[in-house]
Design a protein around this ligand. Structure first.
Ligand code: MG
Length: 390
């Protein structure tokens, strides 16, 4: 029982420390990270309602932020066109909620163009097994119309490994073969990042990760130019976006449940994911500091003071710092003027402010010999308020 209660107590103290104000807690922002560790000023992750998984009998539902390219409705053929110039309506067919390749009618492409994405697509090779190697149940999923994730019935069907089902065609074989038998539904979950070039220089090679029926088959595989048939490709710039294409390779392969979610920008292209450039970090830190100062202006008293102090952990700002120091001076004067028996009422404030000042001096946001800090620490010592270390 004793252990349990102690455990609960330390847990609740930790939670209180983490959630009470968020500030003055983890390591501050640095040159490549605009946020502090455990920073409550960082936006909460956007809410997405998860979809459901597919069964063989029934396709699942997409997550709430997905763009549906084919969900089973014949009208959705309007989202696709033949991959010809000029484009024509596709001759591929929708039957029983399934999009089917009509051999000889040609590739199809989405009207919509996009780039970096999480793509979900399900396919099924004809259950009547015909042909072998590349001639059996062949189709393909072309990201941006350029990189083929191979679709092929490789159930007991050897072929060149860099043209195997879920290979990056002409680039890299899958790690394993988790295919179901011909006729069954196969699921591809693909994470695609296009190559990024600037002034002819490769900033990011571009990568594909693929799960087949929930099993990893491509692990962040570099695109090396996107691959292709017979010819070795080399790293190259991709356009900003392109359509998704599906291949007609002469087999009536079926598709269902096709959707994607656009992925956020990488740090290298101005996104605010971790490890940003120093310039982008500086800009972001200034932005965060400004928001905090604006927030501080809506506050009063020590809350305002602490928020102003918090802002200088992101970007130096003499006005904010001097304002906070002035407010701190007033607080100390008030505390010192209190009769000894009344000082108890300020215990929480004193501890909270001291914690902030210790953080601010530790990370050199304010001078280490700050008189106010010494004053508050003297009170804490005299009152024996220092939290006991276990
Ligand atoms: Mg193919």
């Amino acid at each position: 029982m004793k252990f349990t209660s102690l455990h609960t107590l330390s847990l609740s103290l930790l939670t209180t420390a983490a959630f009470a104000d968020g500030a003055f807690y983890g390591d501050p922002p640095d040159a490549r990270h605009p946020w502090a560790i455990h920073d409550m000023n960082r936006a909460q992750p956007m809410r997405v309602e998860a979809g459901s998984f597919s069964s063989q009998d029934k396709p699942g539902t997409p997550p709430s932020d997905a763009t549906i390219l084919f969900g089973g409705n014949p009208n959705e053929l309007e989202k696709w066109q033949s991959d010809k110039q000029p484009a024509e309506p596709t001759k591929w067919e929708v039957k029983d909620g399934v999009l089917q390749c009509v051999p000889g009618s040609g590739y199809i492409r989405t009207k919509e163009e996009f780039a970096d994405c999480q793509l979900h697509i399900e396919w099924s090779a004809p259950s009547k097994v015909e042909g072998n190697s590349q001639g059996r149940g062949n189709s393909g999923v072309f990201l941006m119309g350029q990189v083929e994730v191979q679709v092929l019935d490789n159930d007991n069907n050897p072929t060149y490994p860099d043209g195997f089902a879920s290979s990056i065609y002409g680039i890299n074989p899958p790690l394993v073969n988790p295919l179901r038998a011909a006729g069954a539904w196969q699921t591809y979950d693909i994470i695609f990042r296009r190559p990024i070039f600037k002034d002819g220089k490769e900033l990011d090679a571009g990568y594909i990760t693929v799960f087949v029926n929930g099993v990893l088959t491509q692990d962040h595989t570099p695109l090396e130019g996107g691959g292709g048939h017979m010819k070795r490709s080399s790293p190259r710039a991709f356009p900003d976006k392109g359509p998704l294409k599906l291949q007609d390779h002469g087999n009536p392969v079926r598709y269902r449940n096709i959707w994607y979610r656009a992925l956020p920008k990488r740090a290298i292209e101005g996104g605010d994911t971790s490890h940003m450039s120093e310039a982008a970090t500086t800009t972001k830190r200034a932005e965060i500091a400004k928001t905090i100062r604006e927030d501080a202006m809506k506050m009063e008293g020590t809350a305002k003071m602490l928020r102003l102090f918090e802002s200088i952990c992101y970007t130096e700002n003499t006005e904010a710092k001097n304002n906070a120091l002035l407010m701190l001076g007033s607080f100390i004067t008030e505390v010192k003027a209190l009769p000894t028996d009344k000082i108890e009422s300020q215990k929480g404030e004193i501890l909270r402010i001291t914690k902030a000042l210790r953080y601010l001096t530790k990370f050199k946001f304010v001078a280490n010999d700050l008189e106010a800090k010494k004053d508050l620490e003297a009170i804490i010592k005299a009152k024996d308020w220092e939290p006991k270390k276990k």
